[in-house]
Design a protein around this ligand. Sequence first.
Ligand SMILES: *Cc1c(COP(=O)(O)O)cnc(C)c1O
Length: 223
Amino acid sequence: MNAGLADRYAQVKAMLPPQVTLVAVSKTRTVEEIRALYDLGHRAFGENYPQELRAKQPLLPADIEWHFIGHLQRSNAKHVVHIAHLIHGVDGEKLAEEVEKRAAAAGRVCDILLQVHIAQEETKHGLTPEEVLQAVATWPWAAWPHVRCRGLMGMATNTADQALVKQEFTRLNALFVQIRDSAAFPTDQFNVLSMGMSGDLDLAVAAGSNLVRVGTALFGDRG
Ligand SMILES: *Cc1c(COP(=O)(O)O)cnc(C)c1O
């Protein structure tokens, strides 16, 4: 079974140019499955649910870089902020403010991404592109010394229509480049574009992604 994991890990890595970070999405996976990938040398893992992250984190090596990629409710920020290396799904000013408050209390600076709604699906969270530009321009970033906006995250429509997925990723990349080049944030800070999952990581990378979040292509189908 671990031979299968090693093969899949090698295959996924072979698809990624060196500048693209691979986050292994470990939601619903056991501590043993995560440990097996860790033992192959992998360090960046992504979880969707605060309770699951809190349960697994103490059972696994301290040098794992945990990404929180799920939808974060304000009431759960306190459970995530002190563990997460990067929170991908920030989609509201009140949530960002709560992250600031909790990060200040924890005595750390928390890196976040703004989640952008790019899919043609009601179910995906995120800010519209217009709201993202507004957030960059009007949220009180200077008053939040414990929050660092590192970039954008988005999920494409779950569809076999590759042209649509490509268009959504291309638009997200254009928005990312627009904000980066506006120098609203230092350019060595605003430098993460999180897009691409198992089914569309090739399209995401071609469209400019530098961080992909991959679950099933590494661990197999979720039960
Ligand atoms: C589950 C999940 C992934 C990984 O999906 P796979 O199709 O298993 O690669 C990536 N990003 C987010 C936000 C997810 O919830």
